[in-house]
Design a protein around this ligand. Structure first.
Ligand code: NAP
Length: 288
């Protein structure tokens, strides 16, 4: 069978925040750290949400590695809410990576999307004999389930856990790219109002690198958390971003623990235990 050789990951074992091992994880599933080369068979991989921020990069990365990759989304004829095009897209597929997103983050919309889409996907994958299903979820889904979007992500996780399909759940912190939404939401005139919540964003490219690596490894049948290399109160990241963009707005920090319209525990957005750290520092990303 044809083989593809690729450099799958340059993730490092995190030690700065006392994180030496994966959270949970199948004891038999050994992750290699540092720069390593994978020698792997060409796989047929379906990336649900393969036209989105993460999905586009993931499709590119896995395709360049020689895999047979299809982007599944309404714009490519695959709709996981209605099931349209799903059975056909799944034919002979070994690995499914779900990086889809609901049309809006509103509670009811997100719960309906991830519940219904999760059920449709699990049923279709069982029928097709999919061997590994990966989900991109969010750090904090257990901590603040009263936020509808996080409840929705938890339901997405639970559906695949209960499906019997081998799985890997990757929970990421907020992407570096998410800072524009934070700044936009907090801006009033020439000020940005932002709570001193703990924050540890990760670059989308690091999320993509980790998912690409995990997709060609054995399913963990467990959850791992990934986060950026730096943890600090949220206003610090906003200041760094505004400075990098030569934006003269003033950052006004508060201790209200508000994340958009919700009040959450101060550390809800960062890993509570061990995690895998991405490489690209927020400051370097912002200055590029
Ligand atoms: N933003 C963050 O900071 C963050 C942090 C951790 C985890 N996450 C998770 O990361 C995931 C990916 O986020 P993203 O920002 O890359 O998403 P995104 O850019 O909004 O892309 C969403 C993707 O989902 C597809 N999609 C929407 N409805 C669909 C349907 N009915 N059937 C199939 N595909 C559908 C879209 O397809 P079309 O292009 O055809 O519409 C698009 O490809 C999300 O699940 C999110 O919860 C995000």
């Amino acid at each position: 069978m044809a083989m593809a050789v690729w450099n799958a990951s340059n993730f490092t074992k995190q030690s700065g925040l006392q994180s030496e091992t994966l959270q949970g994880g199948d004891k038999n599933a050994k992750h290699a750290y540092g720069t390593i080369k994978y020698k792997t068979e060409i796989m047929k991989i379906l990336v649900i949400g393969g036209t989105g921020l993460i999905g586009r990069q993931l499709v590119n990365k896995l395709s360049k590695a020689g895999h047979n990759v299809k982007a599944g989304s309404p714009s490519t004829g695959v709709d996981i809410l209605t099931g349209k095009g799903l059975a056909e897209a799944l034919k002979d597929t070994e690995v499914v990576i779900d990086v889809s997103n609901s049309p809006t983050p509103d509670d009811e919309v997100a719960i309906h999307f991830f519940r219904k889409a999760g059920e449709n996907l699990a049923a279709a994958e069982k029928a097709a004999g999919v061997k590994h299903h990966l989900i991109l979820s969010i750090v904090g889904t257990d901590v603040a389930p009263y936020i509808g979007y996080l409840q929705a992500k938890k339901e997405q996780e639970d559906t695949i856990k209960q499906s019997g399909i081998p799985f890997t759940i990757v929970r990421a912190t907020q992407f570096h790219e998410h800072i524009t939404t934070l700044v936009g939401f907090g801006t009033k005139d020439n000020e940005v109002h932002i709570s001193t919540l703990d924050y540890q964003p990760i670059a989308a490219e690091d999320v993509v690198a980790y998912l690409a690596k995990a997709a060609v490894e054995a399913p963990l049948n467990n959850t791992v958390e990934i986060a950026g290399p730096d943890r600090a109160p949220m206003p610090e990241f906003v200041k760094t971003y505004l400075k990098a963009k030569a934006d003269n707005k003033t950052v006004v920090a508060n201790d209200e623990n508000r994340y958009f319209v919700h009040t959450i525990p101060k550390a809800a957005l960062v890993p509570a235990g061990s995690f895998i750290a991405g490489n690209l520092r927020f400051e370097d990303w912002a200055n590029n």
